[in-house]
Design a protein around this ligand. Structure first.
Ligand code: PRP
Ligand code: URA
Length: 227
């Protein structure tokens, strides 16, 4: 596993140890404290939305640590100074609806990024993702895409989103979520072994309805007050 806590020791859904080099679970105290408040059933939508944005900022800081850079030079009031700029245009891909809460935070950090919305919801019976919205242009305009969606449960929505992005022509994709289930990490890492997964917490399991336990409930409902 990459940075953060040892997923292999923490979660063993279906008795199979989870070990994947592409999984990064943040160990940052600020992230862990904010996730604790996010989970709390007493946290109302206004605070929930603020916490989603704050956690997204901290996770994106970690997830973008290896973005390619180009050298550049600027003039300060005193002299020339060497510096860098991002080498490639970035695409932010919030998955509707719950990913909406992460996109403003991402744009604060990366104001020049393009935003491409993808809408998916899970069929409650089959738990399979149904695509209902796709705002990608016909040709890929960005090379690096950051998929934003707080919940990685069965992994169906993340796998479907990244399938769409790769068919579109995205060369490099990272997934940034908040809470993952071992089942979702397994599904995503086996379908897309090249995609780094950055989350704030790796939970125990899914329940019989496909909800993450302990999780936080329905991330869309809790952000938008529709529970
Ligand atoms: C949630 C969440 C993910 C998906 C994760 O969306 O935001 O997109 O479930 O579940 P999976 O890993 O099993 O696919 P949901 O389908 O509830 O739609 P919503 O955001 O519109 O409420
Ligand atoms: N989607 C959510 O919002 N929460 C879960 O626990 C699983 C899927």
């Amino acid at each position: 596993m990459g940075s953060g806590r040892d997923a292999g020791r923490q979660a063993r859904g279906h008795g199979r140890p989870l070990s994947t080099a592409q999984l990064h679970v943040s160990a940052h105290p600020l992230v862990r404290e904010k996730v604790t408040r996010l989970r709390d059933e007493r946290t109302e939508p206004r605070t929930f939305r603020a916490l989603v944005a704050e956690i997204a900022t901290l996770l994106l800081y970690e997830a973008t640590a290896d973005l390619p850079m180009q050298e550049t030079e600027v003039r300060t009031p005193l002299a020339a100074a060497k510096g860098v700029r991002l080498a490639e245009p970035l695409g932010l891909v919030p998955v509707l609806r719950a990913g909406i809460g992460m996109v403003e935070a991402a744009l604060e950090l990366m104001p020049d990024a393009q935003v491409w919305h993808i809408g998916l919801f899970r069929d409650e019976r089959t738990l399979r993702p149904i695509e209902y919205y796709n705002k990608l242009p016909s040709e890929a305009t960005v090379q690096v895409c950051l998929v934003l969606d707080p919940m990685l449960a069965t992994g169906g929505s993340a796998v479907a989103t990244i399938d769409i992005l790769k068919r579109w022509g995205a060369r490099r994709v990272k997934y940034v979520g908040i809470i993952a289930a071992p089942e979702g990490v397994r599904a995503l890492s086996s379908a897309h072994p090249d995609v780094a997964i950055h989350v704030a917490a790796l939970d125990e399991r899914l329940d019989e309805k496909g909800y993450i336990v302990p999780g936080l409930g329905d991330a869309g409902d809790r952000q938008f007050g529709t529970g």
